[in-house]
Design a protein around this ligand. Structure first.
Ligand SMILES: Nc1ncnc2c1ncn2[C@@H]1O[C@H](COP(=O)(O)OP(=O)(O)OP(=O)(O)O)[C@@H](O)[C@H]1O
Length: 371
């Protein structure tokens, strides 16, 4: 449905150097998919989105929507924004304060350039989109008398009323408080799948990306570091940046004991002992590698009295810190060998600061970073 290939857009800084933006971003979005661009501030998410919308003139690359060129640097094509068939919702909802809810939602239909719509057609399309977002009973209310969440819904209704081929959402929830953000997150997911509109969602919030997306592209410094389903990216990060950016993690390093092939489980020598990891590609013995253990994949057992022999993929240590997070508690474990591990487990386990523990992690949950 949407194809972005080798997109480059760089900005010239005060010293005349080409900096920032994006430098060679490529991805395809399927029809009806919710695709998220995720990354820290300044990684190039908004530049990508604005290039797709036609608000930015890229330096080079190709952008196609439903087989039509929106931008092609080789053929010198740059379609104006209004010809792109795209709806957009910004962080600031950009609601017109002097208009009613109905008029705000009707605005894109009244100002569209491709064909006049009858009054009845406008009425029915606007009411359909207001009903979808639960605002039909507020149709005559002034837009300024809506709550933050309602304004956000109105912005969505206004973006959808033209029935665009593509919906672009740029950090649409960042102005809402935490509870409302979670509610609106489910609302966007519901709307997007009911409406079936292909959507690109931009956020720096990894939990939002995980909860909403069919697929995610993680951006860093203007390039895509990894692309895949939320589970893929969480369970199999391909580089340290992605491992650290997506959720809490333990990142350890060591030396590979033997040659491995994709799918093997093999031993890695580390400062806290030999740990067996899953490998997703082949590597030669002696390679320095990093690997990831997610905090929820560490099991903690109290070590009382006499120490039994350490089991495979387990280390002994003591609790250095405990933070209660509601459903889980997060423990910091100081491991013999000068390494800290973070573990998350049910608070009822009853471990406290200073307790000796054994931390174990199944080998198929220890993931080698193979890039
Ligand atoms: N108009 C501009 N002029 C100069 N530099 C810019 C301009 N727009 C963006 N940049 C730079 O390009 C890089 C990418 O910016 P972009 O807005 O795409 O990042 P982002 O990932 O959307 O960040 P944020 O989450 O903070 O909005 C940043 O380093 C930014 O400073």
């Amino acid at each position: 449905m949407l194809r972005v290939a080798n997109l480059v857009k760089q900005y010239i800084n005060e010293a005349g150097e080409r900096k920032g933006g994006v430098s060679g971003v490529s991805f395809d979005v399927k029809e009806g998919e919710l695709f998220t661009l995720l990354g820290p501030s300044g990684c190039g998410k908004t530049t990508t989105l604005r290039s797709i919308a036609g608000l930015e003139h890229p330096d080079s690359g190709l952008i196609q929507l439903a087989g039509r060129d929106l931008f092609d640097s080789r053929a010198d094509v740059q379609l104006p924004m209004y010809e792109r068939d795209i709806g957009m919702v910004f962080q600031s909802y950009a609601i017109w304060p002097h208009m009613s809810v109905f008029e705000n939602a009707a605005y894109p239909l009244r100002t569209r350039r491709n064909g006049h719509l009858s009054r009845e057609e406008i009425e029915s399309r606007v009411m359909r989109s207001l009903e979808m977002v639960g605002l039909s009973e507020y149709r005559n209310r002034s837009a300024t008398k809506l709550s933050g969440g309602q304004q956000q819904r109105l912005a969505l209704a206004r973006a959808l009323v033209r029935e665009p081929k593509l919906l672009l959402l740029d950090e649409p929830l960042s102005n809402l408080d935490a509870l409302l953000r979670e509610q609106m997150r489910s609302e966007i997911k519901r709307l997007q799948s009911e409406w079936g509109v292909t959507t690109i969602y931009v956020t720096h919030d990894q939990s939002e990306a995980m909860a909403l997306s069919d697929r995610v592209a993680v951006l860093n410094n203007g390039v895509i570091a990894q692309m895949g389903t939320p589970i893929d990216i969480y369970d199999r990060p391909r580089c340290e940046f992605v491992a650290n950016f997506i959720g809490r993690t333990n990142l350890l390093r060591g030396k590979l004991a033997s040659q491995v092939r994709a799918g093997d489980i093999a031993a890695v020598h580390t400062s806290i002992g030999t740990i067996r990891c899953m490998f997703s590609s082949s590597m030669t013995a002696g390679h320095q590698i990093s690997f990831v253990i997610r905090p929820e994949n560490i099991e903690l057992q109290p070590l009382n009295g006499i120490l039994s022999d350490a089991a495979p993929n387990s280390v002994n240590g003591h609790i250095q810190g405990k933070v209660f997070l509601g459903e889980v508690a997060e423990y910091t474990i100081g491991v013999d060998g000068d390494q800290n591990l973070i573990a998350r487990t049910h608070p009822s386990i009853g471990l406290n600061r200073g307790d000796r523990v054994r931390a174990s992690f199944p080998e198929h949950k220890v993931i080698a970073i193979c890039d």
